[in-house]
Design a protein around this ligand. Structure first.
Ligand code: AMP
Ligand code: ZN
Length: 474
């Protein structure tokens, strides 16, 4: 079996076939840095982290682009309300996003292009669309995409033309466009845009990019520059981006290049609270920093999110989170048991070799992480039985480490606390050997043990009630 993924464009699970293996190019729509990202946003980013880690596990060389939307309607509005320039408003949220990413152990993307630093390729893309007759200048001076001139519009979202046409005239730009379906590529600069420093000169007028244009331009310019192609292997985001964001990205990109924009589109379902999508506008958000401040183990958050398939809604609750934390605790205890049993004799625990196969079968099937998690728990039960029977855990420890490279839920480097416990037991054992040597008059051995301990920073003091030890400070 090899990896199969649900491609939104095909509406089915299909074999994943990158354009030029082992390379995989992947574009993931990043945060809009008008505010802190909430854990709904992070559910999507964690699904993308899982995807990317699993591709690496399979031996692919992943090039992941995650943009930062640092200019759009929301960021401008927020900067205006705060009374500061756009760049100043977004900066703390960019920093916070990276901190939250690290807290949740999300592997950094290869690059994080910022929209405001890619205005030139955006202007170029609008120029290409104007040249090809797919864009026009509206009565308000903005440049619009002419949807009716792109025949395959709607293929991704399968939105019926009928539905689109029926749309009421709701937006203020309705009268400036030729067709209600048309969307702005470049918005003529408004007084608000100018006030926060969100306007740039372009051959077709001063203005700012539309959000959909930003992603197309950054995705295309980055893969063209690096790999001389204009097609991406993967493009991912939450389901709310299918329409209109990704539909418009396809129209813009394919309209300009004439090439397929993306081979496989992946969309993650929502994280919900009491049945409602987590969203700032519903007032039901929880941020990653809220969790961190409450001392929540990031491993529990990862476990919670991976315990539901990415294409199913995930109902967030404190109970679900503590359930995941219990699972993590069980895995941590098992990991520690393996470490303690490491030196024991006996045959290798056999369950180890089967975990890898079960894990792969699950993940190959459209990233079935809940099944992979179930496989690891049944592995823990089997190995525990084998250890009870005196087996050596070497294979099991290796299998657990492989699982964790993808899931990132166990910290397999010892914590300071574990390191301290290990040092303490080593010291006790060396001190006993030294006492033994002294009692038998072997002062040479006793002195060399003292030196060995000193080399690890341990000082011994002989007192009438026996030796005492402490760690030398500084
Ligand atoms: P934004 O910062 O609003 O541009 O969104 C960043 C990402 O979070 C996008 O991929 C959205 O689809 C995703 N997203 C937003 N809300 C949720 C939610 N409640 N659950 C899962 N993903 C979400
Ligand atoms: Zn995007």
């Amino acid at each position: 079996m090899s990896l199969r993924l649900y491609n939104t464009l095909a509406r089915q699970v299909e074999p994943f076939t990158p354009l030029a293996p082992p390379r995989v190019t992947m574009y993931t729509c990043g945060p809009t840095v008008w505010n802190y990202a909430h854990i709904g946003n992070f559910r999507t980013f964690l699904f993308e982290d899982l995807l990317r880690r699993y591709l690496a596990y399979l031996g692919y060389e992943v090039f992941q682009i995650m943009n930062l939307t640092d200019v759009d309607d929301r960021t401008i509005k927020a900067a205006r309300e705060a009374g500061v320039p756009l760049a100043r408003h977004v900066e703390p949220f960019v920093t916070a996003f990276f901190e939250d990413r690290d807290y949740l152990r999300i592997k950094p993307a290869s690059i994080y292009p910022r929209a405001t630093e890619h205005i030139a390729p955006m202007i170029e893309l609008v120029g290409r669309l104007l040249d090809r007759g797919l864009a026009y200048r509206g009565e308000d001076g903005s440049i619009y995409y002419a949807v009716n001139r792109f025949p395959t519009y709607g293929r991704l979202s399968q939105i019926e033309k009928r539905e689109l046409k029926a749309g009421a005239r709701v937006a203020s730009d309705e009268y400036a466009k030729e067709d209600v379906r048309d969307f702005a590529l470049w918005k003529a600069a408004s007084a608000d845009d100018e006030a926060v420093g969100a306007a740039w000169d372009a051959p077709f007028g001063r203005g700012r990019p539309g959000w959909h244009l930003e992603c197309s331009a950054m995705a295309l310019s980055e893969v063209r520059k690096r790999f001389a192609v204009e097609t991406l292997d993967l493009h991912a985001g939450g389901v709310d981006l299918i329409f209109p964001h990704h539909e418009n990205e396809i129209a813009q990109s394919e309209g300009a290049t004439g090439q397929p924009f993306v081979r496989c589109w992946l969309h993650g379902e929502f994280l919900t609270v009491e049945g409602t999508k987590m969203s700032k506008r519903f007032g039901n958000i929880l941020t990653a920093r809220d969790l961190r401040e409450e001392g929540v183990d990031p491993a529990a958050v990862r476990m919670l999110i991976f315990s539901t398939h990415y294409r199913k809604q995930l109902a967030f609750s404190d109970r679900a989170l503590s359930g995941a934390a219990e699972g993590i605790q069980g895995l941590g205890e098992f990991r520690d048991r393996l470490a303690r049993a490491g030196a024991g004799a006996g045959p290798d625990a056999e369950a180890g070799s089967s975990l890898d196969a079960d894990f792969r079968t699950a993940m190959d099937d459209d990233l079935n992480a809940p099944q992979a998690v179930a496989a690891v728990f049944s592995f823990v039960r089997r190995v525990n039985r084998e250890l009870d029977a005196g087996a050596r855990p070497s294979l099991a420890a290796g299998a657990l480490a492989v699982f964790d490279r993808v899931m990132g839920v166990l910290d397999l480097t010892p914590t300071p606390k574990q390191a301290e416990t290990e040092l303490a037991s080593w010291v006790e054992q060396r001190l006993a050997a030294r006492q033994q040597a002294r009692r038998s008059g072997d002062y040479g051995t006793a002195d060399s043990i003292r030196a060995e301990m000193a080399a690890r920073g341990v000082e011994i003091e002989d007192t009438p009630s026996g030796p005492r030890w402490k760690i030398r400070v500084g």
